[in-house]
Design a protein around this ligand. Sequence first.
Ligand SMILES: Cc1cc2nc3c(=O)[nH]c(=O)nc-3n(C[C@H](O)[C@H](O)[C@H](O)COP(=O)(O)O)c2cc1C
Length: 254
Amino acid sequence: MPAKEAGIFFAPLYSLGLSRHTAIKKRWMSSMNIEDAIKSRKSVRAFTDQPVDQETIHKILELAQRAPSGTNTQPWHTYVCTGEVKDAIVKDVCELFDQGKASRYEDFDYYPPVWEPVHRDRRRQLGWELYGLLGIEKGDRVRTAAQSKRNFKFFDAPVGLFFTTDAYLGRGSWFDAGLYMQTVMLAARAFGLHTCPQAAWISFQDPIYKHLNIPADQVLLSGMALGYEDTDAIENTLVSKREDIENVVTYAGF
Ligand SMILES: Cc1cc2nc3c(=O)[nH]c(=O)nc-3n(C[C@H](O)[C@H](O)[C@H](O)COP(=O)(O)O)c2cc1C
């Protein structure tokens, strides 16, 4: 947590005569309320270089481990990298990116080769809004590729995560892993941290499996950047739109 934010947070606890250690424990216990965590979570695409200590990451993952799953199968594996391992993955994947050696999402049955208009339009809207903020014109392939490549540097976040599940499992387990990932992202907010889930890594799997020793019988579900938001970055001002709930919710029997 940035020192300024921590100071504001701990001040009332100190005034109660609590030690800093107790204050930190209290913070973990009281933390952020669920509404604030949900509302403040967003996909951050520019991070500061402030490191995240392993103890904090461990706390987040301990919290997330409470995520529900069908018949409590907990069908997720999480790989966390920083330092030299992260750098090696970034280097190898960026090389593949530069060589245009991306696999396709549909090869992994991840996204369809062709989207129905409703989904295509929402994707396009996000793209226009993000690239509009960054001042990247439609058709500017060089800047579009450069922005896309930032995925493979974890948007400069100090920590990268990868989530897998066992390959023999079906859609129900992928669904469980999604609930788990959202719990990781909400738990991160309680520690002043931000995230960006990243399916982009699906296209460049070999270096990830190699550097993290991921067994071949696990399937990659997503990457995720974790760190502190760069609050000066224009892309982090993006507030992604949502469909009116009338168009997605069906009430019956009221
Ligand atoms: C599974 C998953 C994969 C995603 N992959 C990427 C990605 O590769 N790169 C990226 O910039 N954003 C990615 N996102 C972020 C989405 O674009 C974002 O969640 C969506 O636009 C809604 O915005 P918000 O997260 O700020 O609320 C991903 C989100 C999810 C849930």
